[in-house]
Each structure stands twice: as structure tokens, then as C-alpha cells.
Design a protein around this ligand. Structure first.
Ligand SMILES: C[S@@+](CC[C@H](N)C(=O)[O-])C[C@H]1O[C@@H](n2cnc3c(N)ncnc32)[C@H](O)[C@@H]1O
Length: 418
């Protein structure tokens, strides 16, 4: 008889109750959390750690362990969360504070004195940033999940909170912020109608109101416009090189596309589609430049190129080229260009003493690992191969190892939220 392959169930996140939140928020819970934070809580120590907790705090070991693990998961993104109450899912869904702060600052600048209602406030990450803006009016938070609301009450004591469905108008706040959930258990959902609440329904309810709605980086802009009548501004946001979200703004005067590049060291820049984008395509200059994912996602590669005096390698490619690496950008110094053919390429790389080899591919159907095995780099020099389709020809650019230019520099317009 054939055996079914073993199936391992995904671990079920701890389900917090109101009693848990009441305990954790009190003095005994705070002391118990401090003691729990001293434990490693690693897979190899977990059984012993939980046993110790169940002896010291009978019945509370699950809530204590889950809280400390969620705090650790969120700490790199939300500094204030060190003493927050939160669930594992809420930690995964929480907006990084560098991004939430920027959004709150922009709201305060565009709508001074405005009251703001976060209609999917969860445990309060965005509320915390909104409350730090003295130029904003009243800040209100709501969510369907009343355990998360109880946690938010502990985390952001200054916010007014209520349990409410985001699909029902429950306040007359000047501006509404919404961040529909994109996680179903451990999986992320990419379909607009699969978010909670569903994005299309939310956009319908918010039509005519001033709103800022977060959605998945992969959201289809044309579908938003053509099928859901969205006419505001689409903002793609990256943090430290990773595209985190796309944000839809319906504030007065906001339209088109914008890319916001945020780095945790405080640097960053913005580019939008009001800038010129007339750049050509030509042979490589000194550098091949890899624009930030937010610039690519917002469809602003040419605008970014124009700003920095770059040009395209090919009109269909997101890689740019130029004689200087723009401030903060990642790129590769070009040495020479070759046809994509393993044998001559292997010979040339050996002549150049190529050792560690990064291979980056755009528009060509090859497996970089397989190509690296064929090329057998055995020297000492760190190099990069940029493989790209130029016209209808797969082309290889032999480059030195990738570098990142410092800071935003004199030509990088700082983030102002235009
Ligand atoms: C992605 S989380 C929000 C995260 C939050 N912006 C943050 O940074 O911490 C989505 C939240 O929407 C809530 N939610 C789902 N459906 C809702 C609905 N119909 N009305 C209100 N809240 C809802 C969930 O309970 C969850 O807390």
C-alpha cells in the first residue's frame, strides 16, 4: 500500500483572550513579561522555557510566550513596541514606524488640524504615529477585532477607540486611513477582493472622502482605475530597498504616481510623474544602475533616469546606465560587454581572475545558478554578470562587484510628500 506523504500542520498562533490582555496589562503581567523576556524561547529551549513559565505563572505561559515572541518580531520595525501587547499576526501586519511616521507627517502637512480615523487600527501602530503629530486634530481608531482593540488601548492610551466595521461610516473624521489585512494565517493574499475588508468594497465606501488606503505592493493600478474608479495618487513605498506597500491617496490635488524611497538611516527621496521622462536607450556608460524597487513599481524608471542624467540600456528594461552612480543607488561598474555564450564567457572571466560571481538577470530565461556552475569562477576578484535582453539579443555585461553610493546627495530630492 502506498503511503501518503506526511503532512505537517502549520503552528496555530496563540489566540489571546480579554482575560489575557487584562493580565498582561496589569502589574503582575508586566513583571511576568519581564521575566519571560529573559528566556531564550528558541526552538531548542522552548519546551523547557514553557515548562518553567507554566510553573511560575500557571495558565499564562501561552500568552506570555506569544507576547514576547511577537515583540521580538516587531522590534526591528517598530521601536515603541518593546512594551506593547500584540498578537503574532498583528506584529506581522504592523506598518514599520519609519513608514507610518512619514505618512502621519505628510497628513499633518497637507491637512493641518484634520481629525483622522484609522478604520483598521489593529494594535495601534499607525495611531501611535498619528498621535505624535501635534498639527493633526483628533485621532480615532477602530477595528472589528475587539481583542486587538484592547491591546491598542494599552499601547496607545491617547487614542479614542471603538469597535466598528470599516465598511460602515462610523465617524465624520476629515481623513480616513485604512490598511486591509493581507495575511490569511501564514499566507499573504494578493487578490484585491481577498483582503479583509475587501479592497474594492472599502474603496466604494470611501468614495468622495479624503482617504489614505494601504494595499499590497503588487496591486494592479489599471484595475484600480478602470474597474474601481480610483482617480487619486498611487504611491509605491520601499524601506531599505524592499517594496513594502502601495498607498492610495485621495487628498485634494493628489493624482498620478509617486515613488517614496525610505531608509532606516533617515535618508531617502521621492520621484513622481510630474517630472520629465524623456531619456533615450543606448550602450552602457561607466555604471549599470539598478533603480530602487519603489521607482520600478511606480513606473517611474525613466523619470528617475532623467533626474540623474542616466539613460536606458533598452526601452523595455528597468536597468539604467550612466557615468555616475546616483546618490544612494545600487549599481555595477561595467568592464565589458559579451554575447551570452558559456565557453567564451568562462575563458574571459578566468582571464579577469573572477572568483565570487553574482549573476543578475532581466528579461532572459536562464537559471543563474546553472550558469554559474558552467562558468566555474575560481579566481580572487568579486564580480557581477548583468544578463539582460537588449532588443532581441541576450547580452552579458561583465562588471565589478555591486556598490551602493552614499546618501541622497545634492541631486536626491528629499522626501517632502508632494
Ligand atoms: C493589516 S491590519 C492593520 C494593521 C495596522 N495598520 C498596523 O499598522 O498595525 C488589518 C486590520 O483590519 C481589521 N479588519 C478586518 N476586517 C475589518 C473590517 N471589516 N472592519 C474593521 N477592521 C477590520 C483586522 O482585524 C486587522 O486588525
Amino acid at each position: 500500500m502506498r503511503r501518503e506523504p506526511a503532512r505537517y500542520a502549520e503552528p496555530v498562533p496563540y489566540q489571546f483572550t480579554h482575560e489575557d490582555v487584562a493580565f498582561l496589562a496589569g502589574a503582575d503581567g508586566t513583571a511576568a513579561l519581564e521575566a519571560t523576556a529573559e528566556l531564550a524561547l528558541r526552538p531548542d529551549t522552548m519546551v523547557g522555557d514553557v515548562q518553567r513559565l507554566s510553573q511560575a505563572y500557571p495558565g499564562q505561559q501561552g500568552a506570555l510566550t506569544a507576547t514576547v515572541l511577537a515583540r521580538r518580531a516587531l522590534a526591528p520595525r517598530v521601536a515603541a513596541a518593546a512594551d506593547w501587547l500584540l498578537t503574532e499576526d498583528a506584529a506581522q501586519q504592523a506598518t514599520a514606524d519609519a513608514v507610518a511616521r512619514l505618512r502621519a507627517q505628510e497628513l499633518a502637512r497637507r491637512c493641518p488640524g484634520a481629525s483622522v480615523h484609522d478604520v483598521t487600527c489593529s494594535v495601534g501602530t499607525e495611531l501611535d504615529s498619528l498621535l505624535c503629530q501635534p498639527d493633526l486634530g483628533r485621532v480615532l481608531g477602530s477595528d472589528l477585532d475587539d481583542v486587538r482593540l484592547a491591546m491598542a488601548r494599552h499601547n496607545v492610551p491617547g487614542a479614542a477607540l471603538l469597535r466598528a466595521d470599516a465598511l460602515t461610516a462610523t465617524s465624520r473624521a476629515d481623513v480616513v486611513i485604512a490598511d486591509p489585512g493581507r495575511r490569511a494565517g501564514a499566507r499573504r493574499t494578493f487578490r484585491m477582493s481577498d483582503t479583509r475588508p475587501p479592497l474594492p468594497d472599502l474603496l466604494g465606501v470611501l468614495r468622495g472622502r479624503l482617504a489614505v488606503v494601504k494595499c499590497a505592493p503588487g496591486v494592479d493600478y489599471s484595475l484600480l482605475r478602470d474597474e474601481h474608479g480610483f482617480t487619486g495618487q498611487v504611491q509605491a513605498i520601499s524601506l531599505d530597498g524592499g517594496v513594502r506597500e502601495v498607498c492610495l491617496w485621495t487628498l485634494p490635488g493628489m493624482a498620478g504616481r509617486r515613488a517614496t524611497v525610505v531608509r532606516s538611516d533617515g535618508s531617502g527621496f521621492e520621484v513622481d510623474d510630474t517630472e520629465p521622462d524623456d531619456v533615450g536607450a543606448d550602450a552602457p556608460g561607466r555604471w549599470i544602475v539598478d533603480p530602487d524597487g519603489a521607482v520600478v513599481r511606480a513606473g517611474l524608471v525613466r523619470h528617475y533616469a532623467h533626474r540623474h542624467g542616466l539613460w536606458q540600456l533598452d526601452p523595455h528594461l528597468a536597468y539604467l546606465t550612466g557615468d555616475a552612480l546616483p546618490p544612494g543607488a545600487r549599481g555595477w561598474p561595467v568592464l565589458e560587454e559579451m554575447r551570452l555564450s558559456a565557453k567564451p564567457l568562462r575563458k574571459r572571466l578566468a582571464q579577469l581572475d573572477c572568483g565570487t560571481l553574482e549573476i543578475t538577470v532581466r528579461g532572459v530565461d536562464i537559471d543563474p545558478d546553472q550558469l554559474r556552475r558552467q562558468l566555474k569562477p575560481a579566481g580572487t576578484r568579486s564580480m557581477t554578470l548583468v544578463v539582460a535582453r537588449i532588443g532581441d539579443r541576450p547580452t552579458v555585461y561583465i562588471c565589478d562587484a555591486g556598490q551602493r553610493a552614499e546618501g541622497t546627495g545634492p541631486t536626491g530630492r528629499p522626501i517632502t510628500g508632494r
